[in-house]
Design a protein around this ligand. Sequence first.
Ligand code: SAM
Length: 295
Amino acid sequence: MDRILASPGATLEVLDQFGIRARKKYGQNFLIDANIVRGIIDTAEITREDCVLEIGPGIGTMTQLLSGAAGQVVCVEIDESLKPVLAYTLSDCPNVTILWQDVLKTDLQALRDQYAPGRRMKVVANLPYYVTTPILMMLLEQQDLFESITVMVQKEVADRICAGPGSKEYGAISLAVQYYAQPEAAIRVAPSCFIPHPNVDSTVLYLKAYEQPPVDADKELMFALIRAAFNQRRKTLANAVSHGLQAPSGPYTRQQVENALKSMNLPETARGETLGLEQYAALSKYLGYDTLNPV
Ligand code: SAM
């Protein structure tokens, strides 16, 4: 196909030509705004040196432009009914490979080793919103494979990911992402930029993956503490942790947690939502030390 799909007219024409309806169960909202698509590719700083992983190419709207900007594009798409459409829309894109599978069941290490051996890929996607968090966490937990992740997500999810201590959006997902990457809300996107319109605002989120975690922590224990703290947001951290942590990460007495907080110059009554990543990391080390050296 020799013209770009990122417009309402071209998208409707292709959907009509192939008798395609956006499938809600796969979170399909197709981008129709060329400025937004270019904005995503600019945010991701795609160059000819890059091998890009695109999750969910849909009818190929972003893939067309990625193909022009990157050295190579590898797409993972779950919906095989889109095969004839992509064969048509990407017929002039020889550097694009499509793998027809569920990204959550994809061996990303093997994919990287096959298409970009010894290098880190860049992930770009207009994510299906029903699986945003599992996809993001899967990518981040293998952050050695990826240099950056540039993704369209619900605005509310982007706000939670970028939030810091003390704000109402701050939660376990903020800390989970911030342990692996530095997040930035790059572009605000209105529902009118998609067909069909989603019923929420969206944000292009840019995650620059750290090569090393930004804090020195007992990782398993730190994430167990974070889960316990935010599962019971209204309790003090000492109460939430002493009630919420089971073996193998706990248990700890309220007194042990209060002592650790005191050693960190924090009030005994501190709540989980007031601590930042560094403080959770420090707490994991204090409590980890307590376990090794019981009183
Ligand atoms: N990239 C296209 C665009 O911007 O117009 C489509 C984006 S649409 C929001 C999400 C895409 O992800 C759809 O093509 C959908 O079929 C695909 N998808 C949904 N769940 C998936 C999964 N688990 N693995 C791979 N692709 C998936």
